[in-house]
Design a protein around this ligand. Structure first.
Ligand code: ADP
Ligand code: ADP
Ligand code: MG
Length: 506
């Protein structure tokens, strides 16, 4: 039975796959889902499936989905009762959450003061340390510390050190420093990047752990004071500190270590009086020592793998908590089953240093089959523009054990047909099939240490069938938007003969 909630009309202040996922979840609960549409997103998938659309003129993120004040005004004018921010954009913007609270609109997420506190990594670490959660050793002096003080602090921490932005996120404002000579340049450039990305140039130092794993815990809290953890996600496969492949359970944890880390995550959640969905991120070294990194105060990109193993819809939980209800389960009732893996499918070219690729999705056929979930932000015919994140979809699979999940993921990646933009599906498959990854031997430098082919030979039978079908269709013409068909014979596009842009995996 669908529970009755004290709000009906919910604005999704986001775009792409997460907006699509949230709109679907709202509709599951018979709520009215309202989408935002920027100029390039007029025909986007999240706009197509919403119950209502609010136009947001402009193209760049800065002009559109990051305009908190404008979005709140539009929400008020359109009778919006609650806002879901998704991830990225305004999701961790404490001012936006506070402005929603002030405007009498329910912000579906934690309280603005918790977002503010966790948005400052230095404050977050101090709070966690006080709560007996282990943090990465480091130094955060006051803003007026003179250079000699910073230099000796770095020596005391011990090289290599990581220079980090207090307001950092998405891997920005971070520099690895191997020796004292590199410190000054790294510090200054990180501060500049942090100032331009976050409007806050404060920098701190952390001991740089050698090839750690990234292991994070899903936490959830309600307004009745209940706090739970929904186990871990291992996100060690990263490129430039950005996650690419995530799985749960982590192959690195036994039940003893998992229990200790879960306990630290719950301590962290309690120290913040956390409400709604959140993630406590840790790095884990080879000896089973783990250290708090940060809290992400939102629904995470990789939340579906947790949904598949615990069998719960985390968006539904967020809506229940936002409506003032208690969490639907107790800690003892949460029993993860099997193994889930997620791959982030991006429009970027592994052969050209992962340069974002734009264009028209001439073919877009996500894989199908048992225990496969695809959260797409696009459909066949969509335009992939230069304006936003290049992630097209998340491919998520579940199986009773890790080996079966890897086999299923490998097959699903091979079956994913995308024609019109360059993409990373075959690159991801090379990782999934790599003997070291298969052995569970992942760490955050995996992609630096292992040579991963970006475009192995294509042996996708579906694509071969498609090529034959296209060739066999006599009157059918498929054309890229910018190419003219001048001859009397319609141009037939075969993935095998066309230019690079047209090919799928080849
Ligand atoms: P996750 O662990 O959920 O992947 P990320 O830190 O990679 O978390 O961020 C998720 C999304 O939000 C990415 O698209 C990233 O680029 C974006 N993002 C993260 N932090 C910020 C920030 N401070 N400002 C703008 N975008 C951000
Ligand atoms: P962001 O806010 O950009 O997500 P994080 O602090 O969560 O920043 O770090 C992002 C990634 O950078 C981690 O997942 C890990 O791979 C790496 N990292 C961060 N801190 C350290 C550290 N002290 N030692 C080694 N790697 C680190
Ligand atoms: Mg992080």
């Amino acid at each position: 039975m669908i529970p009755k909630l004290p709000f009906r009309k919910v604005l999704v202040a986001n775009r792409g796959e997460i907006a699509v996922r949230i709109i679907r979840g709202l509709r599951d609960m018979d709520l009215e889902a309202v989408a935002l549409a920027s100029d390039p997103d007029q025909a986007a998938e999240h706009v197509r499936i919403a119950n209502e659309v609010i136009f947001l003129p402009g193209a760049s993120s800065g002009e559109t989905y990051l305009q908190g004040q404008k979005i709140i005004e539009l929400a008020k004018a359109n009778g919006i009762e609650a806002i879901h921010p998704g991830y990225g954009f305004l999701s961790e913007n404490a001012d936006f959450a506070a402005a929603c609270e002030q405007a009498g609109i329910i912000f579906i997420g934690p309280k603005s003061d918790v977002i503010r506190q966790m948005g400052d990594k230095v404050r977050a670490k101090a709070l966690m340390q006080a709560a007996n959660v282990p943090v990465v050793p480091g130094w955060s002096g006051d803003a007026n510390a003179d250079w000699s003080e910073i230099e000796s602090a770095a020596k005391a921490v011990g090289f290599p050190v990581l220079v980090k932005a207090a307001a950092g996120g998405g891997g920005k404002g971070m520099r690895l420093v191997q020796n004292p000579n590199e410190l000054k340049d790294a510090w200054d450039s990180a501060a500049r990047e942090a100032q331009s990305a976050f409007g806050d140039s404060r920098i701190f130092l952390e001991k740089y752990l050698d090839r750690p794993r990234h292991v994070e815990f899903q936490i959830f809290g309600d307004n009745q004071g209940n706090v739970l953890q929904l186990f871990e996600r291992e996100c060690s496969i990263q490129r430039r500190h950005q996650k690419l492949i995530e799985e749960t359970p982590s192959p690195a944890l036994n039940w003893e270590l998992r229990a200790r880390m879960a306990d630290a995550a719950v301590k962290a959640a309690k120290a913040m009086s956390y409400t709604s969905a959140g993630t406590v991120e840790f790095i884990l070294d080879g000896s089973g020592n783990f250290y708090f990194l940060e809290v992400n105060t939102r629904l995470q990109v990789e939340h579906p793998i947790t949904e598949l193993t615990v069998g719960q819809d985390l968006l539904r939980w967020q809506l229940l908590v936002a409506a003032g209800q208690a969490l639907p389960l107790t800690q003892e009732q949460i029993q993860p089953r099997g193994h889930a893996i997620e791959c982030r499918i991006c429009a970027e070219d592994p052969e050209q240093n992962f340069m974002p690729s734009t264009g028209h999705l001439i073919l877009y056929r996500p894989p199908e089959g048992p225990f496969i979930r695809v959260d797409s932000g696009v459909r066949e015919g969509s335009e992939v523009s230069v304006y936003y994140d290049p992630m097209l979809a998340k491919l998520v699979v579940w199986a009773p054990d890790r080996d079966a999940a890897l086999d299923r993921m490998s097959r699903a990646l091979k079956d994913f047909v995308i024609v019109g933009v360059a993409h990373n599906a075959m690159f991801l498959r090379s990782i999934i099939d790599h003997p070291a990854f298969r052995a569970g031997d992942s760490h955050t430098h995996f992609l630096v240490e292992h040579e991963i082919p970006g475009k192995p030979a294509c042996d996708n039978p579906l694509l071969q069938d498609l090529a034959l079908a296209i060739a066999a269709a006599p009157k059918q013409t498929i054309q890229p938007a910018n190419e003219q068909n001048s001859s009397a014979h319609p141009a037939r596009i075969s993935p095998w003969t066309a230019s690079d842009r047209w090919r799928n995996h080849g």
